[in-house]
Design a protein around this ligand. Sequence first.
Ligand code: KG4
Ligand code: ZN
Length: 338
Amino acid sequence: MRILGIESSCDETGVAIFDDKEGLISHCLHTQIPMHAEYGGVVPELASRDHIKRIVPLVHMALEKADMKLTDLCAIAYTAGPGLIGALLSGAMDACALAYGLGIPCVPVHHMEGHLLAPMLEENKPSLPFVALLISGGHTLLIKVEKPGCYEILGQSVDDATGEAFDKTAKLLGIPYPGGPGLEKLAANGREGVFNFPRPMIKNPNCDFSFAGLKTAVLNATLEHKEDLEAVKADIAKGFTKAMAQTLQIKCKRALKQAHLKTLVVAGGVSANMDIRNALTELMDSIHGKVFFARKEFCTDNGAMIAQVGMLRYKAGQVGDYKVKVYPRWPLSELKAL
Ligand code: KG4
Ligand code: ZN
């Protein structure tokens, strides 16, 4: 059985085909980053209009790569939330109309569940149960995963998400949108220890995060170095990344201890960052545990992660009713067990 997955929650249009026995068959992606870069961030109306233009050609491309026809599909999965309402509607309308026309089910998928299970697309898959650290542009969550669909939130950010903190810090340093990847490159040339930023909330005995203070500390450093910012901005990027990596290390260690587990899964756009990956690998080595990531292209938004979860939900009989409903806000804890 083969399902088509459509992702359109933000600034990337992703389409993929997933087979229940063979796994991922094909995937195609169109990024809107160059279009939004001019404005310094995602322009929701432009995002929706672009998704409308891209989805159908990408569906054809994914089918062609898989040497398949539309009629070979068993169902169509799409991101139903969370995300930008117009962007979500573009994908939901195409998916529901196509599924209805073909007489096959449509399957609404939670975007963050897609990210969370993306490391399962790899050959070296994590085994359940595990603790997942989800670090994206809109979320920072620590989750105990007993099995797909059963998500116990152990901690979350009380203010900015990790990706948001990367993007805002990048903006202060003059790096164009989206700041995360640019900040990683800049930090590679920075010196360690020149800037020691706070490790927020590490003294609180819980698994929650707060990144607003770290962002303010970076802002103050840029103001103090207004005259020589060019000379120190790589050091600031390094200091910021180090503070972020250590905070994530401490909170992950705490969550693993609380859950009595030694397997960590790291997902979401920020998990593409090598400094963060190295810090979490170091943590898991130190406690003789295992850490799993998705390949870099599946850390950020993509259709493969939606098709994979779509197949799980389709097989569990959790299909939609062709009504185009999307959920810009949708807590993971509301998902049905699989
Ligand atoms: O998961 P994602 O593609 O979209 C959401 O669901 O939010 O995450 C996007 C976020 C952005 O904030 C982006 O700057 C960040 O992930 N990001 C990175 C890197 N690549 C993407 N942050 C740090 N280092 C990276 N290499
Ligand atoms: Zn995402």
